[in-house]
Write a protein that binds this ligand. Structure first.
Ligand code: DX5
Ligand code: ZN
Length: 222
């Protein structure tokens, strides 16, 4: 079961305390969060390196909720199977990183994961015109990928509306996920606009009461 009701809340482990990772995983397990958002960065596609399989193995072992893996790496096709073996239920790849995106999306589905496509802030929704019927999820970056704790880019709100229009026109359906700079202040507007999955790192892990912050996000309605 990937979710019960919207919004789906996906805490970004990037902002967890890696010295106390097990504790932070348990916090998410015992909260109203729905997914674990896993940011994988290779230092090439984005100017930062996060973590790889040894850390993911630990997360897989302890996480009791689906792993939503966001690949910020060049040529992600090389590693799809390994991410699946490490428990990825959703695998999202960047439009900007995939020369043969259609093939990559099919490959993700073939190994039994849900396929997501990510758009950077500068990439227009119209790029998804052809691929949209094939994807399970669209992930809109609301910051430039690479780091947690950045400020939300407001134009993302308009992109949510455009994706809904595109899906209606193509008579297809995919989850709409937003990632980056989400706060308790802007989250209600995102959910009202049509965001169904909210990723939050800094807002959750730096708050004095992460479980309560998750619960506040979860209680939002469209
Ligand atoms: C950025 C990552 C995000 C990030 C979000 O490259 O994709 O998932 O962790 O963090 P916050 O919520 O702190 O912006
Ligand atoms: Zn992410």
């Amino acid at each position: 079961m990937l979710y019960n009701r919207f919004p789906i809340i996906a805490p970004s482990i990037l902002s967890a305390d890696f010295g106390n990772l097990h504790r932070d995983i348990e916090m998410v397990n015992n909260s109203e969060a729905d997914w674990f958002h896993i940011d994988v960065m290779d230092g090439l596609f984005v100017p930062n390196i996060s973590f790889g399989f040894p850390v993911l193995k630990h997360i897989q072992k302890h996480a009791k909720k689906p792993l939503d893996v966001h690949l910020m790496i060049v040529d992600p096709d090389r590693y799809l199977e390994r991410f699946r073996e490490h428990g990825a239920e959703v695998i999202s790849v960047h439009y900007e990183a995939c020369t043969h995106l259609h093939r990559t999306v099919q490959a993700i589905k073939k190994i039994g994961a849900k396929a997501g496509v990510v758009l950077n802030p500068h990439s227009p929704v119209s790029l998804l015109e052809e691929i949209i019927p094939d994807v399970d999820l669209v992930l809109l970056m609301s910051v430039n990928p690479g780091f947690g704790g950045q400020s939300f880019i407001e134009s993302t709100l308009g992109k949510i509306v455009l994706i809904k229009e595109l899906m209606e026109r193509k008579n297809t359906d995919a989850l709409i996920e937003v990632d980056g700079g989400i706060t308790l202040e802007n989250a209600p507007r995102l959910v009202k606009a049509g965001a169904q999955v909210l990723v939050a790192g800094y807002t959750i892990f730096v708050s004095p009461d992460p479980v309560k912050t998750i619960s506040s996000l979860k209680s939002l309605s469209a």
